[in-house]
Design a protein around this ligand. Structure first.
Ligand SMILES: [Zn+2]
Ligand SMILES: [Zn+2]
Length: 357
């Protein structure tokens, strides 16, 4: 019986005329004389399938396929059956390609800007950070120190991005929590604007969030708000953003809010404890601590939310660099961006853009 090539056994067919030949027995195809060496065979057969991108392509190669088989003198019904099977395989492949490209098209394109602002939320060593920032900011050391002590505060306002990365490094070296805000800076963006499920929060939780400084939420996307247990405070909540974890606490009646945060770049690990309702978080420098949830299922939900938010934050802010002299390009997450101002290949000054979703 005559056997026809399919996608699976294509490697055993002549890459030139598609006739079935035992490649190990012949160096050249006995039908068309084409070279059957493995490298050539692989390349040619890949090419034949990779060319097929659209339904029109299938019709084209289908007609080619039928013509070739007729030329070999095979009976029509045998050709029809084999061609149909082969075409179905190609259709499945094309459908996968179309689905993939449509998925790509649906996800929104990143915005880009070369203007950014930086809000500092917290810094454990403000004096050291002031020393580091002095060479970059056109302000006196006293002015910088005051800004660093009054957190959250706007440290850099709408500056060009091309010199940002070395400054970012200084913040990160001092374990500071910062928000990098692309484009035009809007100071009074309230939590209600960045958290769509605001109306579902209970009254006390809302009052506590409203008592926190609005600048805390600048440049954040909020993924979840959870009630947690705090040994000293009457009320405590965990806010999960795409940039980090925020702990707010206060008395249920008084509009006074204490807060602290752990940015994801300082969060070594998060895992569920053996005890129900407890999440363990491991800070890169200060070590492990527990977050205690009054409801154990909330701990699981918060864990999932942290994973999702962190992943989103990682992809959200990226810095793209380009050397206008040698054309070298690169792109990394903003907090892990290439540090130097000069091209790694030719030493020329780099252009930078902030890409954000
Ligand atoms: Zn051949
Ligand atoms: Zn270069």
């Amino acid at each position: 019986m005559v056997q026809f090539e399919t996608a699976e056994n294509a490697a055993e067919n002549c890459p030139h005329c598609r006739s079935r030949v035992e490649a190990r027995q012949y160096k050249f195809c006995p039908f068309c004389g084409g070279n059957l060496s493995a490298a050539v065979s692989k390349e040619a057969s890949d090419c034949r399938y990779d060319d097929v991108e659209t339904v029109e392509d299938i019709i084209r190669v289908y007609e080619q396929f039928v013509a070739e088989k007729k030329h070999q003198g095979l009976p029509d019904d045998v050709i029809q059956a084999a061609a149909a099977e082969w075409a179905n395989k190609l259709k499945a492949k094309v459908q996968t390609k179309i689905n993939l490209s449509e998925k790509k098209r649906v996800s929104p394109p990143p915005w880009e800007t070369d203007i950014f602002s930086v809000v500092l939320k917290y810094c454990p060593h403000p004096e050291q950070l002031a020393d580091r920032l002095q060479q970059y900011l056109l302000r006196s050391r006293t002015a910088i120190r005051m800004a660093l002590l009054a957190t959250p505060s706007l440290i850099i306002y709408q500056r060009k991005l091309d010199k940002i990365v070395p400054i970012l490094r200084e913040f990160l070296a001092e374990q500071a929590t910062i928000a990098l805000i692309p484009g035009r800076f809007i100071a009074d963006q309230s939590f209600t604007q960045v958290y769509p499920a605001w109306s579902q929060l209970d009254g006390v939780t809302r009052r506590l969030i409203e008592a926190a400084p609005p600048l805390l939420w600048a440049g954040q996307t909020i993924y979840g708000v959870y009630r947690i247990t705090h040994e000293a405070a009457g009320l405590a909540i965990l806010v999960i953003s795409d940039q980090g974890l925020y702990f707010l606490s206060g008395d249920t009646g008084v509009p006074d809010c204490h807060w602290r945060d752990i940015p994801y770049y300082l969060l070594e690990d998060v895992y569920s404890s053996n005890i129900a309702g407890i999440l363990e978080v491991v800070h890169r420098h200060t070590g492990q601590e527990e977050i205690d949830f009054p409801l154990s299922e909330e701990a699981e939900a918060a864990y999932e939310t942290i994973q999702r938010a962190r992943k989103a934050g990682d992809a959200r802010l990226q810095i793209r660099r380009r050397c206008s002299k040698c054309g070298a390009v690169g792109q990394e997450n903003a907090f892990r961006a290439y540090e130097r101002d000069q091209c790694e290949y030719c030493g020329f000054d780099l252009e930078r853009k902030l890409l954000y979703r």
